[in-house]
Design a protein around this ligand. Structure first.
Ligand SMILES: Cc1ncc(COP(=O)(O)O)c(C=O)c1O
Length: 367
């Protein structure tokens, strides 16, 4: 009966996001008890304990609608960055912010410049608004090709998405490169700098972009509570930008887009420096251990500034991915990014990484 109802033409261009298999499904499918998931760049230490306490104390108020303006949380974020709360918008994860930005700024036929390979939601959100996606490949070693990104600018360019550290490569946009882009781009172009993984960066020439928002550039910095704060399941992200940009995004958001538990959890988590430090220390130490094994096995990898590592086992990547899953380690095959020789592995707890390394050793010696 519903067949006569036509969906928007734009939907034919959309590729569904593929989140990968959850632990329970792999357990059931392969009859396994121990399964580790190193596929979604989550925080293996769990949620910030301060967030959990805040959630528990807010439960009895769940019959009330949440604060539509997320005032307390925006104040906490504003305090953290020494910015006015008017320059902050809170959303249902960073994902929602990407869609809202597209809804607020893109007309049909506008152009959106994105790096490739990168996070697929930029393309999804642009296509949803019937924009043209211009993908500029990263250069050798997955560095940003800033001049190529500038060359791609046209009269119709409306948004440029940048992801640093970039998912799935783990490489960063250097501070001088962001400066070059911001100075050279026409000021009518909104630059979105996605810094979902900023807490894991150790490079000196990194910037999370906030200083450039303060300097007044048309820049929106996207951040999330899903990674270092360990709150992926409750869905909170936020954007920091000049006030007029934030006002336009607020116009298209649903009033109650961030639920009450998420708001209190995030406000508590942002004060939990201990949890964030423990999370980033774990990733930095374990990254080194994983590199050590990859070097031993002769599997090429890209040095990562994030909580995941892109490895290049070559033509056997898809098979290796499947074999790892069958032995209880879920990782992400690179095919979806046009990287069929690659696998992306999230850095887990030491014991999870041990299991991954044992399986990798076993499977690699057989191949
Ligand atoms: C680069 C990047 N940006 C944004 C997000 C969105 O995160 P969330 O919607 O959980 O805040 C992710 C999630 O994996 C990501 O990898």
């Amino acid at each position: 009966m519903g067949d006569n109802v036509q969906a928007r033409g734009a939907l034919q261009q959309l590729k569904a996001y593929s989140p990968g298999k959850p632990i329970w499904e792999v357990q059931r499918e392969f009859g396994l008890t121990t399964v580790v998931k190193l596929a979604s760049n989550e925080n293996p230490l769990g949620p910030s304990p301060r967030a959990l306490e805040a959630i528990a104390s807010a439960m009895s108020d769940l019959h009330r609608y949440p604060d539509a303006q997320t005032i307390d949380l925006r104040k906490s974020i504003a305090g953290k960055f020494d910015l006015p709360a008017e320059q902050i918008i809170v959303t249902n994860g960073g994902d929602e912010l990407i869609t809202l930005v597209s809804e607020a700024f893109l007309e049909e036929g506008d152009e959106v410049i994105v790096p490739g390979p990168s996070f697929s939601e930029y393309e999804f959100a642009g296509k949803l608004m019937c924009a043209r996606i211009i993908t500029i490949p990263l250069s050798a070693n997955y560095e940003y090709d800033v001049e190529a990104m500038l060359d791609a600018v046209s009269e119709r360019t409306k948004i440029m998405f940048l992801c640093s550290p970039n998912n799935p490569t783990g490489t960063i946009l250097r501070k001088a490169q962001l400066q070059r882009l911001l100075d050279a781009l026409p000021k009518r172009i909104l630059v979105v700098l996605d810094t979902a993984y900023s807490h894991y960066v150790t490079a000196d020439d990194y910037t999370d972009g906030i200083e450039y928002v303060k300097a007044g550039y048309p820049l929106l910095c996207l951040r999330t509570f899903s990674k270092a704060y360990g709150l992926a399941g409750i869905r909170v992200g936020y954007g920091i930008a000049p006030e007029s940009i934030i006002r336009s995004i607020v116009q298209v958001k649903e009033p109650f887009n961030v639920n009450a538990l998420a708001q209190v959890a995030a406000a508590a988590a942002i004060l939990d420096d201990q949890h964030v430090e423990a999370s980033s220390r774990l990733v930095q130490e374990e990254r080194q251990r994983l590199y050590g094994l990859l070097r031993q096995l002769g599997i090429p990898y890209t040095e990562s500034m994030s909580n995941f590592i892109l490895i290049k086992p070559g033509a056997s990547a898809e098979r290796l991915c499947r074999q790892l899953m069958e032995s209880g380690v879920i990782v992400r095959f690179g095919g979806g990014w046009g990287l069929p020789d690659h696998i992306r592995i999230t850095v887990g707890l030491p014991e999870e990484n041990d299991m991954l390394m044992d399986k990798l050793r076993e499977l690699h010696s057989l191949s």
